[in-house]
Design a protein around this ligand. Structure first.
Ligand SMILES: C[S@@+](CC[C@H](N)C(=O)[O-])C[C@H]1O[C@@H](n2cnc3c(N)ncnc32)[C@H](O)[C@@H]1O
Length: 338
């Protein structure tokens, strides 16, 4: 199961070309890291501030750090969506708060759709049009409202790290057939997203991923602390690792919280989502799964010598011979990926 993501060559070439306009190369590790820290400090001092796109430090930081990391997260979410046929029959994407078109760039690598980018700042459009030539946007717009929606039944409303400050979906998005939301995997943002899932279900949307069911979310209703999030491996190229040597944060694995919902119902599946890392405990290993309103764990008893580590975020088939003991599903035969 491939849960490893990196930076594709053409993507890296575009980043390098954009950095050249700031007289930097991918090898200028220390200078790149300095700009990343400046943007990170900016957000610490202005938690609700808009990305200062007019400043070159923000452009450099986004290009060399946030863009490759967020694009990897978006590729993983897209892969999970595609496995469930989530993008079938969609034609248009409205990428709200697009920034450097991060989500659309990643999605367009596998999904041939028409991309409209909504971005209040003008600099990102210029950077993408000049340096990311493989990507063709339908149009860039500074602000969006319901009246501009042309084809809602075939439209995906896409929010990548852009819903944080809004409490609910904007009015126009609720008219769209599909919504794809990716949020920082913090407890606060993650739980807010799970609450939004519940409101969208009540409005008639269906949950496609990560959820495998439409009952109450067990991480929300049966815990005060949990939040649903995925984890992928980021195989950073050498230049990225060298830049990271000058940064306090390391990114060998990346987490993300996401939600894919449509007005049409998904095909029913007999599967569970692995929503936890392996927990090594006395006498057993456990991994949390989600397949209904109960908080449940797959458990491998050490005495059975059948240990297994399943990548967090994938779908699995629950074997028929599982032994259920309270909230534990004790594994006898190998758990297969869906
Ligand atoms: C955190 S960034 C996310 C960028 C990108 N989607 C990503 O995943 O990397 C949020 C972006 O939303 C833009 N933005 C904020 N409010 C907006 C609004 N009302 N309309 C359009 N864009 C907005 C900001 O300029 C910024 O580029």
């Amino acid at each position: 199961m491939n849960r490893h993501f990196s930076i594709p060559k053409n993507f890296e070439d575009s980043i390098a070309a954009a950095l050249a306009s700031h007289k930097l190369t991918l090898q200028d590790s220390k200078a790149l890291a300095k700009n990343v820290l400046m943007l990170s400090d900016f957000f610490i001092q202005n938690p609700d501030g808009q990305t200062p796109w007019h400043q070159s430090f923000a452009q450099i930081a986004y290009l060399s750090y946030y863009l490759p990391l967020n694009a990897a997260r978006l590729r993983a979410v897209t892969q999970e969506g595609a496995k469930r046929n989530f993008f079938a029959e969609l034609e248009n994407v409205i990428d709200f708060g697009a920034g450097l078109a991060t989500a659309s760039l990643a999605l367009s690598e596998t999904q041939n759709l028409q991309y409209t980018l909504i971005e209040v700042a003008s600099e990102p459009q210029k950077i993408i049009e000049t340096h990311f030539k493989d990507f063709k946007a339908q149009e860039w717009i500074r602000t969006f409202s319901a009246g501009r929606l042309k084809n809602p039944k075939k439209t995906l409303a896409l929010f990548s790290y852009s819903l944080t400050e809004l409490n609910d979906l904007p009015e126009w998005a609720a008219e769209c057939e599909a919504v794809m939301i990716v949020e920082p995997s913090t407890q606060q943002d993650g739980r807010k997203l799970m609450a939004l899932r519940q409101r969208l279900l009540e409005k008639g949307y269906h949950a496609w991923a990560p959820c495998t069911h439409e009952g109450p979310c067990p991480l929300l209703t049966q815990s005060k602390n949990d939040w649903c999030h995925d984890r992928i491996h980021f195989d950073a190229p050498e230049w990225f690792q060298r830049m990271e040597e000058h940064l306090p944060m390391k990114n060998r694995t990346l987490t993300t919280s996401y939600l894919l919902m449509r007005k049409t119902a998904p095909e029913k599946i007999e599967a569970a989502r692995v929503v936890g890392d392996t927990l090594k405990e006395k006498g057993k290993d456990r991994q949390m799964i989600c397949r209904g309103p109960d908080r449940e764990f797959l458990a491998w008893l050490h005495k059975n010598k059948n240990s297994q580590e399943i990548p967090r975020g994938v779908l699995v088939k629950i074997p028929n011979d599982i032994q259920k003991v309270s909230n534990e599903l004790r594994v006898q035969t190998e758990v297969e990926l869906f």
